[in-house]
Design a protein around this ligand. Structure first.
Ligand code: C5P
Length: 394
């Protein structure tokens, strides 16, 4: 039996929470409800108590509850915290880390996964502020479901309806399903992001890598139990949960951090390492009559170095971002660098910074082309393949 803590927010869709409780109970889950002040205008504590066959919690200031069960305990004894309906206001307060009532305090105090099913007017859903809050929450690891499209209680039409209760219940089952921790006990090293190579104290050479694919891979590896060291160049991404992050700026620093992170069972080098560094000027270069010439020196190839290293990880995976002849270059790179796999991608489109990626996995056995997938799915698939490879007898 799994325990769901269901936070019912204040919206007309709150009535669907009643059906959701019934479905979850039918699946054998225990449901304990928290009703917000807004929610209590749409459904009563009595209804939720009758359906959940449990006490319903409404106020942080209910001292009796604090004596019997503190809000911290309430937030942690569940296996999953579900917010349905999640109103625009509740999502905003969650994203900001506000804790001014029982629901938001529980959400800030919990150490359990959180799933939110939004429901609101179409304009409120599509508003930049709500979209920003949803992106923040997803970055924080909250599963935010996409609302349904359709006619709304307010008479408008569009995206913002609470997904049907059986769809929310199915998402809850997915979130509660035990993940196989196939990589537990394994250490995987991941590099991600660009490197910055200083020209002088205020300027640098860089590239367009956002770090998103590498961060997704680090997160996916941690999700299936790996101990992950993520060596990251300068990016603006949150650290995936369960990942140890080492921030660096230059290729030289990245090479040193990789060396320090060894030994590892596998390494996935996703970073777009600058090929050259500049003989940097100690002071800011002033504008003069002629533009200065930059003297470039080749950076160490971290991936090739790791493939030859005395403590070479068992599986070394490189990335190859190409704009032409992707497969030919990638296959040649695999051999030249002495690595096991190359994940090749065509970066002539909007891959850099975008959400999706089309990749080809180049191994000693040949080339596998994957369909265009969200970077998170590419990451999850690659993590499973890494687990397969490390499970093979060496
Ligand atoms: O040679 P190229 O830069 O195309 O190779 C890309 C692969 O090599 C990526 O996996 C990248 O992380 C890695 N690399 C590296 N150090 C470098 C250059 C590339 O680790 N200096």
């Amino acid at each position: 039996m799994k325990r769901v803590l269901l936070i019912v927010g204040g919206g007309i869709a709150a009535y669907k929470a009643c059906e959701l409780i019934r479905l979850l109970r039918k699946r054998g889950h225990a449901v304990r409800c928290v009703l917000t002040e807004g929610g209590s205008h749409f459904v009563t504590p009595m209804t939720l108590a009758a359906l959940s066959e449990d006490k319903v919690y409404t106020s942080l200031w209910d001292l009796k509850d604090e004596a019997e069960m503190g809000h911290i305990q309430l937030s942690r004894e569940a296996d999953l915290v579900v917010v349905a309906p999640a109103t625009a206001d509740l999502l905003a307060r969650m994203a900001a880390g506000v804790a001014d009532d029982l629901a938001t305090t529980l959400l800030l105090a919990t150490d359990k996964p959180v799933l939110a099913a939004p429901a609101m007017n179409v304009r409120m859903w599509s508003h930049a502020a709500t979209q920003r809050n949803v992106a923040t929450l997803r970055g924080d690891g909250v599963t935010v479901l996409e609302p349904d499209e359709g006619a709304m209680a307010c008479g408008e039409y569009g995206a913002g309806r609470l997904p049907e209760p059986d769809a929310v219940a199915a998402a809850i089952d997915r979130a509660l399903a035990p993940v196989e921790r196939r990589l537990s006990g394994k250490h995987v090293l991941v590099t991600a992001g660009p490197t910055h190579e200083p020209i002088d104290p205020v300027r640098y050479l860089a590239n367009r890598s956002s770090g998103r694919q590498g961060f997704a891979i680090a997160g996916a590896l941690a999700d299936i139990g790996a101990r992950v060291t993520l060596v990251s160049g300068p990016v603006t991404l949150p650290t995936p949960s369960g990942v140890t992050r080492v921030d660096v700026e230059t290729a030289k620093q990245m090479a040193e951090a990789v060396e320090r992170a060894l030994p590892a069972d596998a390494a996935v080098m996703v970073a777009a390492v600058a090929d050259w560094r500049v003989d940097a000027a100690p002071q800011k270069v002033k504008k003069g009559s002629a533009p200065p010439a930059l003297v470039l020196t080749e950076n160490p190839d971290i991936l090739a170095g790791l493939a030859r290293h005395p403590s070479r990880p068992r599986l070394v995976v490189g990335f190859a971002a190409e704009t032409e002849q992707v497969l030919e270059y990638a296959a040649a790179k695999r051999v030249r660098k002495g690595v096991d796999w190359i994940v090749a991608n065509d970066v002539s489109g909007d891959v850099m910074g975008g959400d999706a990626n089309t990749v080809h996995l180049v191994t000693a056995n040949g080339i596998e082309s994957w369909e265009r997938l969200p970077k998170s799915t590419v990451a999850a698939r690659l993590a499973e393949r890494i687990a397969d490879a490390l499970e093979e007898p060496s």
